[in-house]
Design a protein around this ligand. Structure first.
Ligand code: BG6
Length: 505
């Protein structure tokens, strides 16, 4: 039986894009499943002066693709209330508190509250301060703070922000969102690793040659040019998503599969990442920026032509790099990472490249060495995994050919598979923090990112390596692996180049 949650939600940034695209649809999915039913209310706040009626129209619109009938959508929307709000004005919190008190009674929410910060981070500290000083926090039920990225822009600002929010909320009530941790296949990394002897037994530097983590996007910066100019790909994707995935892949086996044990191991893995000197960081981390290009005959602008972007911007829209981990398990195994905007295809995947067979008895078709076994974990848009193994080619002779054993499906095939945000909201309601970033993880990630950033910034470069839109990054990103005798396993661009849909670069 589904147990209904009792809760008053306060969403700061209720008119924003994230709320419309992710939060409202996810809350509605929980409503359809009966996890939110009669005893919940949502106070949406933002600067704009909207009425409840208009707010509810926005809600209905944002869930239009998910509803069974209009009646159901309207019933759901009656739980939403709008309160225009200036985050810096103390009087506004008085109004918020009074509306909150009415809603707590009306919906019998057991005093449970969830505060969701989905707005510009410069307001986070002030909002959280007021929640306490204006006694909106009452300790009647659970009081959880969900906080969207970016959590600071370097270690210093993240530490300041953390000090501010921990004056009002204890660490166990803070849920720092990294939406990748809500994705089905990211959670599956541990299942693949720890649920299969064949992988678990080989999961170390004796058998693994290198690990490749690719987070590719084919979109540009869209309408987020202004934000992106202050962030770049390193802060936007590597500090959070990529380092989280890396820690899940690299951590030691936890004593048991509980939040605390997993977290302990993830933090240890992050701590063991080698800190480069500036020179080493520059050699091992490559920045890139997209220039205009053609894909399937269509023209795409370069980053510097995007709205909100300076025409001499040196901000990176691409990062490739090599992390090394100083521990017994991983000594000597490069963890290659890459992420970028306007790459050939949207695709998040992990390639675990095993070592070559020590003695090769066979010939391959191209008379070269036998291909290494590769385990690929597909995160999105398809989910699943594949293992490439070698088999005998049919017919005379004894040639080997690689064969793929695979289990792969589109992420939306499984109708009941919850969307990342839905899962994360449910976890936050239940007080389960395993899929959120702990402060210690965030702090260590920033330390690593600051090291790379400083190495780049202190170099005073006047240009940044470029790559044409829809290609897989600058040359240097390929050379990074080639100089170690490796290469990127996933090459989505080749398919298009061979068919004349993409220019060779
Ligand atoms: C966000 C970044 O965290 O993740 C965006 O800020 C990026 O720049 C997005 O586009 C990618 O998420 P997803 O779930 O679409 O792969």
């Amino acid at each position: 039986m589904t147990e209904e949650k009792h809760c008053l939600f306060t969403i700061f940034g209720a008119t924003g894009d994230l709320a419309k695209r992710k939060l409202y649809p996810s809350l509605f999915r929980l409503y359809k499943k009966g996890k939110l039913d009669k005893h919940f209310a949502i106070m949406g706040t933002a600067r704009r002066s909207w009425t409840n009626e208009f707010y509810r129209e926005v809600i209905v619109e944002s869930i239009s693709g998910l509803i069974d009938n209009e009646e159901q959508a309207k019933r759901f929307a009656t739980h939403f209330y709008y309160q225009s709000h200036d985050a810096n004005d103390t009087n506004h919190y008085v109004v918020l508190k009074s509306l909150g008190n009415q809603l707590k009674k009306k919906y019998d929410t057991d005093g449970n509250q969830l505060f969701y910060l989905a707005m510009a981070p410069q307001f986070f500290g002030n909002i959280v301060h007021h929640l306490k000083s204006q006694h909106i926090l009452t300790n009647e039920g659970f009081e959880h703070l969900v906080i969207e990225k970016p959590f600071g822009s370097d270690l210093k600002s993240a530490t300041t922000l953390n000090k501010e929010i921990t004056q009002s909320f204890a660490e166990e009530n803070i849920f720092r969102i990294d939406h990748y941790l809500g994705k089905e296949m990211i959670q599956n990394i541990s299942a693949v690793r720890f649920g299969n002897l064949v992988f678990e037994a080989l999961w170390n530097n004796q058998w693994i040659d290198n690990i490749q983590i690719t987070f590719a996007e084919n979109i540009g910066v869209e309408n987020r040019g202004e934000y992106y100019e202050t962030s770049g790909a390193l802060r936007d994707m590597v500090q959070n998503h990529i380092l989280q995935v890396l820690s899940l892949l690299a951590m030691e086996t936890p004593d048991n599969f509980t939040e605390n044990e997993i977290r302990k191991e993830k933090i240890k893995a992050l701590q063991a990442i080698h800190k480069y000197t500036e020179k080493e960081a520059r050699e091992n981390f490559i920045a890139g920026q997209y220039t205009a290009g053609y894909f399937e005959g269509e023209h795409f602008s370069g980053y510097r032509e995007e709205k909100g972007v300076a025409d001499n911007s040196l901000v990176e829209t691409f990062v490739a790099g090599k992390f090394l981990i100083n521990n017994k398990r991983w000594q000597g195994v490069p963890f290659y990472i890459r992420t970028g905007k306007r790459l050939t295809e949207k695709g998040t995947r992990i390639n675990i490249v095993f070592k070559n067979i020590p003695k090769n008895l066979f010939v391959t078709q191209d008379q070269k060495t036998v291909q290494s076994n590769i385990l690929t974990i597909y995160i999105q848009p398809t989910e699943g995994f594949s293992l490439s193994v070698n088999g005998k080619e049919f017919g005379p002779g004894f040639n080997l050919e690689p064969i793929k054993l695979q289990y792969r499906h589109d992420s939306d095939v499984l109708e009941n598979s919850p969307e990342a945000y839905e899962k994360l909201i449910m976890d936050a309601l239940n007080g389960e923090r395993a899929n959120f970033s702990h402060w210690d993880e965030v702090a260590r990630s920033w330390e690593l990112i600051d090291m790379i950033r400083q190495a780049w910034d202190n170099h005073h470069h006047k240009e940044i390596p470029s790559y044409m839109a829809y290609t897989m990054g600058p040359h240097a990103a390929f050379e990074l692996l080639e100089k170690q005798g490796a290469h990127w396993i996933w090459k989505p661009d080749e398919w298009y180049v061979q068919r004349g849909k993409l220019n060779r670069y």
